[in-house]
Design a protein around this ligand. Structure first.
Ligand code: ZN
Length: 270
């Protein structure tokens, strides 16, 4: 799943490319919006809320202000190309096409494509916790939400976008490592939770401007992560082999990576 910084970059790409431009053609290749046509409308802006992308479009022939809600989920991507250029992925994967007089923006394999009146935007993202990359980031509120269920494993709580928004599997693993916390530690037992959350915000902020993601600060291939997808490889700090296990609620398990020596799991009741 893309992390919050990936969504942020996708939003910025769309925002820079399309904002202020009039759409000459639109194509929504999802059943519920197959007949929608926003040609003649102007793209106002695109912003990200956690992992959700909101593209505001309005002032067209129908006079309505719309929000196009998209979500990259696992495989999704937005690409902006000069009009007439060859698409980087098969046309069958396209879910949304937005065209201006010079550019084509194509959303491939999007997990969500939803067109709603702007006034309903809050229904789409109102459930989200504070956005780590949002202009209205609220640390106290994020901590309050995380601690609502103090027995919940920290790894699971960090992935819950209604607690705080923007952390996917990769940053969850990396954040637990740099904080020396086992992903299964109950949230209420994590020493220095505010510091962990602040580090999460730093990680996303550092990575939002660059094309490759790194939490170690080293941008070389295979040197970018502390533990994520490094199972069986030696820990960069102590050489202990990194472990991996599936964690999380049944049906929504995710791979979790940790160093058993740098991130000891406390015995039950300890
Ligand atoms: Zn270690």
């Amino acid at each position: 799943m893309p992390e919050g910084d990936t969504d942020y970059r996708a939003a910025r790409l769309l925002d820079r490319s399309l904002s202020g431009r009039v759409l000459t053609r639109t194509d929504f290749r999802v059943p519920q919006h197959a007949t929608a046509d926003l040609s003649g409308a102007t793209v106002r802006a695109t912003l990200s809320r956690g992992k959700h992308l909101l593209t505001r479009i309005g002032g067209g022939p129908d006079g309505e202000e719309w929000t196009l809600h998209t979500h990259l989920k696992m495989e999704g991507a937005w690409r902006v190309l000069e009009r007439g250029r060859r698409w980087p992925r098969p046309a069958a994967q396209a879910r949304v096409v937005l065209e201006t007089d010079g550019l084509t923006a194509v959303g491939f394999s999007l997990g969500i494509v939803e067109l709603v009146p702007r006034v309903r935007e809050d229904d789409l993202v109102g459930h989200l916790g504070p956005d780590l990359l949002g202009p209205d980031w609220d640390e106290d509120e994020a901590l309050r939400r995380l601690l609502e269920d103090p027995a919940r494993p920290i790894g699971e709580a960090l992935l819950d976008q209604t607690r705080l928004a923007g952390i996917g599997n990769m940053y969850m693993a990396e954040l637990c490592f740099v904080s020396g916390v086992h992903p299964r530690t109950p949230v209420g037992a994590v020493a220095g939770l505010p510091r962990l959350v602040r580090r999460g915000r730093q990680m996303l902020a550092l990575n939002k401007e660059r094309a490759v993601q790194s939490t170690t600060g080293d941008l070389r291939e295979r040197q970018r992560m502390w533990v994520y997808r490094r199972d069986k490889s030696p820990c960069r700090r102590c050489r202990t082999p990194i472990r991996v296990a599936m964690v999380g609620p049944v049906g929504r398990e995710r791979a979790s990576y940790w160093c058993p020596s740098c991130q000891p799991e406390h015995a039950a009741g300890a």
